[in-house]
Design a protein around this ligand. Structure first.
Ligand code: 5GP
Length: 190
């Protein structure tokens, strides 16, 4: 299946490295218009408002939802809300840009309802064992929390058939290049 990729959505299981791939694209592929999401999560050290996220209070986020200003939004990890600003994405698409959304699975499903002609790319771990290593390897959770994360990961992996393409995150640069190719752009020589 070949789609005209004005809008590409990258999603995949927790801890598969979506953030690393999108950071690589932000730093190396200025020709990709990477959507900056709104979130109620507080900024981490080094994160800039308007660059990594638009940081919002709960009330401000409520107003975005009430005003229909979000193309999709979700509570991620049961904690904070994250959402895609519809107007900026629409403007970038209208401008002929190649637009990339890096969002969670719930958000990807909402975009599929709203924009079925978009291209949906699933970022997958190289193997289940590697995924377990990444999830458990952080070493900061209890055994019970780890078990919970693995259960969630299994459910998330089962979403793969809902997507148009799968990119395996065996190497960040390679995965980013494959994603850029799927967006109809030319990967850079390294
Ligand atoms: P983090 O807090 O580590 O930056 O991101 C946590 C998760 O939120 C990631 O899995 C990321 O894909 C997801 N996320 C970031 N922005 C959005 C968004 O606009 N919508 C949705 N649904 N998920 C998002």
């Amino acid at each position: 299946m070949s789609k005209k990729p004005g809008l590409t959505v990258l999603a995949g299981p927790t801890a598969v490295g979506k953030g690393t791939v999108s950071t690589y694209i932000r730093d190396n592929y200025p020709e990709v218009w990477l959507s900056v999401s709104a979130t109620t999560r507080p900024p981490r050290p080094g994160e800039q408002d308007g660059v990594h996220y638009f940081f919002k209070s709960a009330d401000e986020f409520d107003a975005l939802v009430a005003g229909g200003e979000l193309l999709e939004w979700a509570v991620v990890h049961g904690r904070n809300r994250y959402g895609t600003l519809r107007s900026t994405v629409d403007a970038a698409i209208a401008d002929g840009r190649s637009v990339l959304l890096e969002i969670d699975l719930q958000g990807a499903r909402q975009v599929k309802q709203a924009v079925p002609e978009a291209q949906f790319v699933f970022l997958a771990p190289p193997s289940w064992e590697e995924m377990v290593r990444r999830l458990v390897g952080r070493g900061t959770e209890t055994a019970e929390e780890q078990q919970q994360r693995l259960e969630t990961a299994k459910l998330e992996l089962a979403a793969e058939p809902e997507f148009d393409h799968t990119v395996i995150n065996d190497d960040v640069r390679r995965a980013a290049d494959e994603l850029v190719s799927l967006m109809g752009l030319t990967p850079h020589p390294h």
